[in-house]
Design a protein around this ligand. Structure first.
Ligand code: 4AD
Ligand code: MG
Length: 462
């Protein structure tokens, strides 16, 4: 049986026989023997392998063992005399699975730019940086499930294809079975979706929230964690057209309970990932952003700042900083404002609550002032909005009016309104942008570099 390199580096004992499989990172030929560095993705570090001339086909193999080649090696572990590694593997057999031509294999031993690595999206996972990113991403996902499972939240699977626009922002991709060269039209020359696959226009979901609310009004506490889609033409380092969202939804919960859960949730994820991926996190701190570990420490050990939108506007108006976009009560916060609050003013995650009703989605609970809704956004240093959530409008008449005011049709939301007709309860939830979380945790500058296969305008190759 072969073993994972991560396991051997930690627990492997000298004089034991083991086998590994992986890819050659480097080869160093000396007179008496050759060193290979092998990586199998299980750890940032490579396992050093020593090949001696007594190995069958030694000369021939050496020519073929270039960076990127895939191998299986068995041998005996030995204490390593070299600095920085505890053990190495002395090879007794080596099977070469596939060669990688050094003239054409793009990942040679040098630093490559993130832009170049995006062009080879099918190979970049074999680099140190992307190896660390995807291990941390995995640890985040596992920590998320653990957090909710420990608290008896039901994991519910909300659909990817949906007929409703949760955010009411019209940023949806249509899903159709039409032959696009022969789209049926009605007498008014409008597209006749009644003849389409679903009998009406359908979309890729922008959020699982509405369906999560359905499940929360039966199971009390639920969460969904899946891909969501936005057809916004945003070419920024924080937007994707396809991203993963974690959305808990709690019945019998108000906005304060929602914020408390979100704060405990972020703290748990950071703590768990630091414990599980210390080498990867150290790597990010050294090579990507030297504030990564301090940020993690800050998240885990400090209370988040909580301010209302109205207070935030006052603070922004007082700021000595020149902003590109105007600051005025009623206008949405731009990313520069969000970053000023979290990064410069409070220097920690900041929860902004009670936004003006006009700039938030229809489902957020209207406050008694009728000017604001019980919304909350969590703003993270360097990233800006990482979580968006709210207490939901549980009053039927108010919700119907909000839907109408936003130019939407209550008929399209009949089942959502039914939740307020039958056994309505105060409830609340939020959505965490999973890639923004991974970005925040790793210090990676561009959101396209924390998802294996980014989808963005004109980006769908891999
Ligand atoms: O603020 P948003 O739009 O909220 C919702 O969709 C709610 N229905 C969530 C809920 O209450 N259940 O999106 C939630 C989060 C944002 O805070 C942001 O982190 C992330 O999703 N997000 C994006 N991430 C990457 N690319 C995009 N285009 C994103 N749009 C939103
Ligand atoms: Mg939002």
């Amino acid at each position: 049986m072969t073993e994972k390199i991560a396991h051997l580096l930690r627990h492997g004992q000298p004089d034991t026989n083991v086998a590994i499989q992986g890819w050659v990172r480097t080869k160093r030929e000396l007179k008496e023997f050759t060193f290979l560095e092998i990586n199998d993705g299980s750890a940032l570090a490579n396992l050093q392998v020593v090949l001696e001339p007594s190995l069958p086909d030694y000369k021939d193999l050496l020519k073929k063992l270039n960076t990127g080649a895939s191998v299986e090696i068995s041998g005996t572990l030995a204490a390593s005399p070299a600095k920085g590694q505890r053990i190495e593997l002395k090879a007794t057999t080596l099977q070469l699975y596939g060669e990688a031509d050094p003239e054409t294999y793009p990942l040679q031993k040098k630093r490559h730019s993130m832009e170049f690595l995006r062009e080879i999206g099918h190979l970049r996972a074999r680099t140190n940086t992307f190896g660390a990113v995807f291990r941390v991403r995995n640890a985040c996902a596992a920590a998320i499930h653990q957090f909710f499972q420990d608290r008896d939240f039901l994991w519910v699977h909300t659909p990817i294809i949906s007929a409703s626009d949760c955010e009411g922002a019209g940023e949806m991709f249509t899903v159709t079975g039409f032959n696009l060269n022969k789209i049926p039209r009605n007498e008014a020359q409008e597209i006749d979706y009644s003849q389409d696959f679903f009998g009406r226009q359908a979309y890729l979901t922008v959020s699982g929230q509405l369906e999560a609310e359905v499940m929360a009004t039966a199971f009390s506490n639920v969460y969904t964690f899946g891909p969501t889609f936005r057809a916004e033409n945003s070419n920024t380092s924080r937007h994707l057209a396809e991203f993963w969202m974690v959305e808990p939804e709690m019945a019998f919960c108000d906005l304060v309970g929602d914020m408390d859960l979100a704060e405990a949730f972020l703290k748990h994820i950071f703590k768990t990932v630091l414990e599980r991926c210390p080498e990867d996190m150290e790597f990010f701190n050294q090579r990507i952003d030297n504030s990564v570990l301090a940020t993690a420490d800050n998240i885990i050990n400090n209370q988040f700042e909580r301010v209302t939108y109205t207070e935030a506007i006052a603070l922004l108006e007082k700021a000595k900083k020149k902003f590109e976009y105007p600051v005025k009560w009623g206008l949405d916060l731009q990313s520069e404002h969000e970053r000023y609050l979290a990064e410069e003013l409070f220097k920690k995650p900041t929860i902004v609550t009670d936004y003006p009703v006009e700039i938030k989605a229809f489902y957020m609970r209207l406050s008694d002032d009728e000017k604001t809704v019980r919304a909350m956004d969590i703003l993270a240093p360097k990233i800006g909005e990482i979580i968006g959530g709210s207490q939901r409008e549980e009053r039927l008449d108010v919700l119907e009016q909000r839907i109408i005011n936003q130019g939407l049709n209550p008929k399209d939301y009949w089942w959502y309104l039914d939740l307020r007709r039958f056994g309505t309860v105060p409830h609340a939830g939020f959505g965490l942008g999973f890639e923004r979380l991974v970005q925040f945790m790793t210090g990676m500058g561009n959101i396209r570099d924390v998802i294996p296969f980014p989808r963005a305008p004109l980006t769908v190759e891999f």
